[in-house]
Design a protein around this ligand. Sequence first.
Ligand code: DC
Length: 220
Amino acid sequence: MKYYSIAIDGPSSSGKSTAAKLIAKELGYTYIDTGAMYRAITLKALNLKIEDLADEKNYSFIPETKLEFHDNKMFMDGVDVSKEIREQDVVKNVSLVSSLRYVREELVALQRKFAEVTNVCMDGRDIGTNVLKNATLKIFLIADVNVRAQRRYLEQKEKGSTMTLEEVLKDLERRDYYDSHRELNPLRKAEDAIEIDNSSMTIEEVKNKIITLFKEFKHE
Ligand code: DC
């Protein structure tokens, strides 16, 4: 049986996950947050007190780690880790962990497995270029870096963060650089992806635009 897939890539805080969640809900598809998977593995490495996070030999725990999504929540080994994976320790280390070949190979294989058994809306950095090269629709979602910083700043502030707008902006620029300059599957627009700049669009407009495009592509 053939399943449909929507791949949404883009830089940090470009609105990917908000859009992907709404789209998955409207279509009755499974939302796969691949960033959450890299974050969960980072969290486990920290919990295991692995000293050298840059040595991929230390990640042999991945095959026996259970990663699942239920109601848009990330479960690791049966525990809901959705909150913990957004904390500073994880944020600081996830770019490094997600740049390791072994970590990527294991997680990409799992992401492909998810898409083999159900219709998915998957977001990340390398979904259209690597994970689901044959996705039904590929979107590259971008927004001006100042708009992204402002959005993230307000989001973080609501959660009690004391980071200034300037600090948030610097952190975003650092991650953008790292994610798009790493050797393995860097953040890049797939040739057949449709770019949407949502700097001045509402989330509802983004969702509707992607669903309209998807309906066209699905019938091609
Ligand atoms: O989307 P996010 O901020 O939750 O992603 C967390 C980190 O994981 C980010 O620094 C880039 C990395 N990532 C990746 O390398 N490949 C993906 N498909 C998704 C995320």
